[in-house]
Ligand binder design. Structure first.
Ligand SMILES: Nc1ncnc2c1ncn2[C@@H]1O[C@H](COP(=O)(O)OP(=O)(O)OP(=O)(O)O)[C@@H](O)[C@H]1O
Ligand SMILES: [Mg+2]
Length: 207
């Protein structure tokens, strides 16, 4: 079992959107996947309620005791994906503790990258004490043809963390599908489906 935590203390960067779509893509490959909603706002649970749980199992564990609580629910799953809570640093640290992989969605700007410095520090601490923890940024809500790439790569170098090759582009199919309790795989947007599948492939190659 692998636990992937999708974290960023900054709100609205695409954590829940990536959680749901990546979980679905992995499930389509035949893996057993559980979403853990660690956000007291309960966005992933709201999404799940739209279809009365027909698409993916979602469980809410939204206390700082996440690292303990999660042990009771993950048996039998191949992948557990934790949807991170914004602002709550205790929840974020608990999610890092559970994770084999941390993905940090960021909008493509240096300012947004700097906002994740606390999370990067927590990840580095875990790695320094020998935890087998991988972490990467993933550019989210990218507008094609922006020339922010260089600016962002400088910050990444300072953080000494990698970024996935695949970025998530700003596309209406993401909010449209989520608001119906669905995913981009339930739409005709092949470009969105392809980018989520490529992200999945990058992660599977990490094993
Ligand atoms: N790739 C995308 N293209 C277009 N809209 C997007 C994309 N990703 C996310 N959004 C929209 O941006 C908003 C924030 O996304 P989301 O809820 O996934 O972020 P979040 O990090 O989980 O937010 P929070 O911190 O509040 O939990 C939502 O309205 C969502 O539909
Ligand atoms: Mg969210």
């Amino acid at each position: 079992m692998k636990t992937i935590a999708i974290l960023n203390q900054k709100g609205g960067v695409g954590k829940t959107t990536l959680t749901i779509n990546l979980a679905y893509a992995l499930q389509q490959d035949g893996y057993k996947v559980l979403i853990v909603d660690s956000d007291p706002q309960g966005s992933a649970r709201d999404w799940n309620n739209e279809t009365e749980g027909a698409i993916l199992p979602v469980v809410g564990l939204d206390r700082a005791s996440l690292a303990t609580d999660i042990k009771a629910v993950t048996s039998g799953y191949d992948f557990v994906i934790i949807d991170g809570a914004p602002q709550l640093s205790t929840h974020m640290a608990a999610a890092v503790k559970c994770a084999d992989i941390v993905l940090i969605p960021v909008k493509p700007s240096s300012l947004d990258l700097w906002a994740s410095s606390d999370l990067v520090a927590i990840i580095k601490q875990r790695q320094e004490i020998g935890a087998d923890l991988k972490a990467a940024f993933i550019v989210s809500q990218a507008i094609n043809n922006t020339n922010l790439a260089n600016e962002v790569s400088e910050v990444l170098k300072e953080y000494q963390l990698q970024a996935l090759d695949t970025k998530i582009v700003n596309r209406v199919s993401y909010p449209d599908s989520i608001s119906n309790g669905k995913t981009v795989f339930h739409t005709t947007d092949k470009k969105a489906q392809n980018e989520i599948n490529q992200i999945k492939q990058e992660l599977l190659q990490w094993h």
